[in-house]
Design a protein around this ligand. Sequence first.
Ligand SMILES: [Zn+2]
Length: 329
Amino acid sequence: MIRVSAEHGLEVDLGGTRIGLDDYRGTRANYLFISHAHGDHLGRISSSTPVLSSDETALLAAVRGVALKVSSLADAELLPTGHILGAMALRLSGDLLYTGDLCDRNRGPLLGFDPPKVRTLIIESTYGSAEFCFPPVEDVMGVARDAIEDCLKRDIPVVVMGYALGKAQHLELLLAGVGPAYICPELKRYDDIYRLFGVEIPPKACLANRKDKGLLEKGPWILFAPFRSGRSSFNKYLERRFGARLMAFSGWACKRGYKEAMAVSEAFPLSDHSDFEGLLRVVKRSRASRVFTTHGFADELALHLRGIGYDAQPLPRGQRTLNEYLEGD
Ligand SMILES: [Zn+2]
């Protein structure tokens, strides 16, 4: 029997073995499942609890200062979700699938998530509202590349911003050959691990190196940087000192007013997640008879799924227990 509860974050009971999922805050789990190495999943990990994760996630966590005691468990299978390097879903007994963050589109070296058939699905719903419809990556990047090249031609440098882990590496691949290009030090450790696993990110000078500090003085450039608001002192400096344009890449760019709210010059809808239709495709392909939604627009996605005939429930944070939903399984 598999039971799911959400008293201290999500926990699955697999025949007496308790597995805490991602940002689990309890103390009684026998194992933790860490779907990927984004910071919101690495905050509360006890160093003594065995962890189910990919090698990539363990290495990315290590450079963030979090040691994972990687282990394995019979009946627990990890399946790549296409979100960032090493991101995995967890399938238990071939019966329950917890997706963690996912992207069902192929993107460079990452293959889109293709869910197996399961009875119970717990799916992330970061963009689980119909307002999130991402255009094809080629279209977004065609417009972005034209805008960047136009700036460089006019001697205007460009700051290309996305999450330091995952989005930044994808952007570096998509904009390979445009330049001269530099990176902020926050990206370097992740770039190096992507390369270690065979992803060929073009090498670049890093602004952390003393000898490279003066590079920005020499004409137009692209700087790959972690996501920061245009109001941050770093970006204000780049705008004031070099006349740089700030370009942000995020799924949230679909929302009206996002560019103004983030105080950037341009915002492009490029995401490491599936959009609304993508999440529906994953649910359909899994052929699950019961669906739980978690994170982001969990209520909206579950409501939509119920409207098209699924047995679907959101898993809001702080809910005490979900056992009643699974009684009789
Ligand atoms: Zn993530």
